[in-house]
Design a protein around this ligand. Sequence first.
Ligand SMILES: [Zn+2]
Ligand SMILES: [Zn+2]
Length: 157
Amino acid sequence: MLATARAKLEESLLAKGLRRSAERFAILDEVYSRNDHFDAEDLYQAMHQKSYPVSRATVYNTLEVLVDCHLVRRHHFGDDDNSKSRYEKSLGRQQHAHLVCTICHRVQEFCDPRLHLIKTNVGNTLQFEVESHSFVLYGQCIDENCEAKPGNGTPAN
Ligand SMILES: [Zn+2]
Ligand SMILES: [Zn+2]
């Protein structure tokens, strides 16, 4: 999986005339080692913790490239315009939808084949070629022991 992702990034950087720097590939490696929905700052901090310091500018522009070549999906969870973009790796991942807790901001994933049916049916009925979709449920986790709840420990993604 990582080899495919690296090849795709290499191709994309070449096509855009961008430098194929070791930093950009290290960022890709970090992204593909994660299973969460992170923001740019999380990624920046993780690179520093792994003693691979890169600038914020490099993190941001590499994420742009990764989104452009479909190696990473960008999400805007939350209804206010200031909500931070969140990212997740996309290669080899199944289509899925999200549950977002508005208190602890934890993101959970779920799959439901009915979403695919809606997409197909609505597309056929309205003569529309659906390319992508985003389905997000907002609410609060009910689990009292949810470690992400304020006071129960550290917030998680
Ligand atoms: Zn919660
Ligand atoms: Zn996800």
